[in-house]
Ligand binder design. Sequence first.
Ligand code: AMP
Length: 542
Amino acid sequence: MRGLMQDWPLLCHRILEHAATIHGTQEVVTRSVEGPIHRTNYAEIHKRALKISQRLDRDGIKLGDRVATIAWNTWRHLEAWYGIMGIGAICHTVNPRLFPDQIAWIINHAEDRVVMTDITFVPILEKIADRLPSVERYIVFTDKAHMPQTTLKNAVAYEDWIAEADGDFKWKTFDENTAAAMCYTSGTTGDPKGVLYSHRSNVLHALMANTGDSLGAGAGDTMLPVVPLFHANSWGIAFSAPSMGTKLVLPGAKLDGASVFELLETEKVTHTAGVPTVWLMLLNHMAANKVKLPHLRMVVCGGSAMPRSMIKAFVDMGVATRHAWGMTEMSPIGTLAALKPPFTELTGEARLDILQTQGYPPFGVQMKITDDAGKELPWDGKTFGRLKVAGPAVSKAYFRVDASILDQDGFFDTGDVATIDPYGYMRITDRSKDVIKSGGEWISSIDLENLAVGHPAVAEAAVIGVHHPKWDERPLLIVQLKQGQQATREDILKYMDGKIAKWWMPDDIQFVDAIPHTATGKILKTALRDQFKTYSFPNAAA
Ligand code: AMP
């Protein structure tokens, strides 16, 4: 027997309809790419998103067609998301930080028909445009006054383009499993892989993000997503915030500490979300200028491990942290480190111990850890295993790759290695390819990195496994010092000594001017392995 409830498909554009109806005057504030602060609200964004749909429809964009966006977090980019999805086209977010060749590969693989972009990225696109046969036109997120001279095919200023529509248009209704958006993962090996979100997965994921123990915001709050709309589905914030009527503050192209601080302060932001490097820049700015953020209540941090010293810095200023783990394939939320019983009353170091874990999953994400043979491992907080996940917002296959990516129980192997404790708190110890195998035992590079950045002179630290004749692999710690600070190999080793098992101690430290990063802000370990490929430990002959 079937239930007698309405067929009400979970469609992304219904979120914006709700925001416009119930939270219409709630503000969306942007530091525009052109410079000035721009203010609008959900009712206006809804009206303009309808114009985008109408205009795309007139240009012949149909259900299932791909429309790319290569753009910063701005109100225009947000309305474009909804305008594209509202006609059943697929909003393909492209990361502008990728190499131009990768951008070309991705656009060609997706066969994008239209590219919407910011003035910032016009020169990059001009260099690759003759290799993008599927693209029929380029729409530049600006007005006539700021429109650059360009050779891009059929280029038009966005404001001129939507001015040709009156907005008298109705969004379509279709099956909730229809594709809504896509985002390629920037894998360090092989070709990028297209993750294809559905309307249903995005709406369910927004609901997962909406709880107090998840992103933690509500209608009375203000959220500043530093996490870009072009990375990992913007952690669901582009759906979650309007679904709750949370005020949005969008940082545009300026993501440095001073600019992010200024917006957090002037817009009285209560919640913000981004990767650790962004928070490092913010904390440095705040310390150097001795400034405070009295309205800020929650910093959501993910994408890479949030160092304990960073968590402590925020907690000490009265700001809660929410360390989150996830991945593009998971829409992306996997786990979040909220404090639940019996840990809610913890204080001091014991509280930091829990806040530093990657957290536990919201309803809608299942996880398990297994050995290499697929056998499930215990949740004892100690046993490391391959982390596998399942849920309605987790990928089952990649775009145009004819193969399932799930095990026989329907779980996706995240490529991460983790422990899970009896309360469901998960701790990432490594990417499976980064784990250091020393004498048959595993050493967590992330734990060592977290510890090393706690040293006051260390700006960033990376640990790689280097061949050792006796132990197979041993950890090499690579350190970038803070500007103007000094520390020797011995100082840092002394700082680490006693805080971890003796056999986890790095065998050596090498100092570099800059630690390389991927297009999504993660430490680029392949480049470091390359850089140190001829390195051998001083004790290697032992
Ligand atoms: P992406 O798909 O680009 O978001 O990358 C996902 C990967 O980033 C995960 O599989 C993890 O390896 C890593 N990652 C994300 N969040 C965290 C975190 N909080 N701690 C450690 N690694 C993380």
